[in-house]
Write a protein that binds this ligand. Structure first.
Ligand SMILES: C[S@@+](CC[C@H](N)C(=O)[O-])C[C@H]1O[C@@H](n2cnc3c(N)ncnc32)[C@H](O)[C@@H]1O
Length: 247
């Protein structure tokens, strides 16, 4: 282990979950760098303690790693009767979109490299999500929607009946027991996601905010600090991202 990693661990220690299935899964599904191991511990904590009613929702699925971890943990804790929903518009943000907003080449291609268009890349990630979940969540596929979280919550509030990406019809709406917020991490969007989630979260339900650890610089960090002071929400852990329970 490098000295830097040792120092980082000392500064930001967090708990991890030892689970052979998840270890293999992380080596098999893209996006491992996006799923903090502390989140896996927090998933397990929350999914073992779910309130009696309510569905599980993931905002931002990418290639399906966290969705597969969640479905595995629900399976492991005999909670397969829970409805599990995901949403993702499968968009691509380049590292330099702001500074190169006048550069159409950069904006069309994957990091500006002309052999991979952004469209081909996002189609690939969506297809990867489908193949990965069809393999690892077989028999317990999430109801996944190619939608932004705003569009998803509109449909949720209106209790619309929709067909998911696997062609399964389902009626949206009702209580939520666990929400994982991992879509657009800007303060504005993450705040909207949390407000929408809290409207439906039942007492005893959990909310995990990705990229909210104190040492990051995302909008979700500011949001997590605000939520810490919010009445009716209790901080369960910072591992290092914030997990809350609704009281
Ligand atoms: C960090 S990745 C998610 C990683 C995934 N949860 C995992 O750990 O395997 C963020 C995802 O959020 C999606 N996203 C961006 N804006 C969104 C929005 N408004 N609503 C829902 N998802 C969004 C992106 O398309 C991307 O796939």
């Amino acid at each position: 282990m490098s000295l830097y990693r040792k120092l980082l661990l000392r500064l930001h220690p967090f708990k991890t979950l030892q689970d052979d299935y998840i270890t293999r899964l992380q080596g098999s599904v893209g996006g491992a760098g996006m799923l903090h191991p502390g989140n896996v511990y927090a998933f397990n904590y929350a999914l073992r303690r779910l309130p009696e009613t309510g569905a599980v929702l993931e905002i931002g699925s990418f290639a399906g790693l966290s969705a597969n971890v969640i479905s595995w943990l629900l399976r492991k804790h005999q909670a397969e009767t829970r409805l599990f929903f995901c949403c993702d518009p499968w968009v691509y943000d380049g590292y330099h979109d702001v500074s190169r907003k006048e550069d159409p080449e950069y904006l069309e291609y994957f990091e500006g490299c002309a052999h991979v268009t952004r469209e081909a890349y996002t189609n690939f990630i969506r297809e990867s999500f489908m193949r990965n979940t069809q393999l690892f969540s077989k028999g317990f596929l999430p109801h996944a929607f190619h939608l932004t979280s705003d569009a998803f919550f509109d449909a949720w509030h209106e209790k619309r009946m929709l067909t998911d990406v696997f062609h399964a019809p389902v009626t949206l709406g009702g209580p939520l027991a666990f929400v994982y917020v991992d879509g657009d991490h800007s303060y504005e969007q993450a705040s909207r996601d949390v407000e929408h989630a809290l409207k439906h979260l039942v007492p005893g339900g959990f909310l995990l905010l990705d990229d909210s650890a104190d040492f990051w610089k995302y909008g979700s960090v500011r949001l997590a600090r605000e939520l810490k002071r919010r009445k009716g929400l209790e901080l369960v852990m910072k591992n290092p991202n914030y997990l809350f329970v609704k009281r």
